[in-house]
Design a protein around this ligand. Sequence first.
Ligand SMILES: Nc1ncnc2c1ncn2[C@@H]1O[C@H](COP(=O)(O)OP(=O)(O)OP(=O)(O)O)[C@@H](O)[C@H]1O
Ligand SMILES: [Mg+2]
Length: 275
Amino acid sequence: MQPTPPPPAPVLLATRSLQMVYGTGPTATHALAGVDLSIAPAESVAIMGPSGSGKTTLLHCLAGIVRPTSGSVLWREQDIASLKDTQRTALRRSDFGFVFQSGQLLPELPAVENAALPLMLGGMPRAQAVATAAVRLGELGLAGMEDRRPGELSGGQAQRVAIARALVGSPGVIFADEPTGALDQTTGAEVMAVLTQAAARSGAALVVVTHDPTVARWCSRTVAMRDGLVSGEFYAPAGHQPPAPATQQATAPSAPQAPAPQQAPAPQQPGGQAR
Ligand SMILES: Nc1ncnc2c1ncn2[C@@H]1O[C@H](COP(=O)(O)OP(=O)(O)OP(=O)(O)O)[C@@H](O)[C@H]1O
Ligand SMILES: [Mg+2]
């Protein structure tokens, strides 16, 4: 008797033959040269590669920030390139969260209002939005800092506010471009602990662009890019989970839980670790 094949992994977000060309003629840059990638619900994916390999361009195409030259980006099986600009803006607001390297908070607003912004932009009454954001800040270890302005926070605390803002609307996926790039190693590890735990707790997928292999270790999969193409995919060892959610102390600034070290990366072989 034939064994029953496993069901195909569900797909939340996918690219198909994604190409992005900046400019025309001899000066054109092929930033993405045909990327096929599928991301499952609640999966955490690190995108790594040399400078100029197309990581940020891929992230921006996935997030509907830029329209690809050709190919498709499928969000819950819908091609977001086919959406009108207003529809894509609404999708970004309702289903996507964003964390950037730094400088993303409005300096004149207190932390709690920075975190509440997506809800207020979505029409939630201010008091309700601020109360919801305060809960998120508390979950991320920032209770008592709600009224501080970004200039009164450390870099790591400011990134936690940015994470709270990314999560406050319960998005399906969080996009992060070099979220620890402006932080030292220890603070960066704490921020990655907070980010991966918070995403896991809320059931959001996570797509993180990074140059730092220690950042990538927090993710269940690493996608390597080179010259606008996926050059390899590496999976964390079986059983790898983002550090445990909920009540653990790992969200406390001093106690991030390091994940199990990842296997030495090796290019994905057909029939190997591929899912
Ligand atoms: N708006 C743009 N106009 C023209 N070329 C661009 C634009 N954005 C990116 N590029 C080019 O596309 C290529 C990919 O850029 P991208 O920013 O995606 O790389 P990256 O992998 O994120 O690099 P880094 O690690 O330095 O951030 C590069 O050659 C870059 O110069
Ligand atoms: Mg980049």
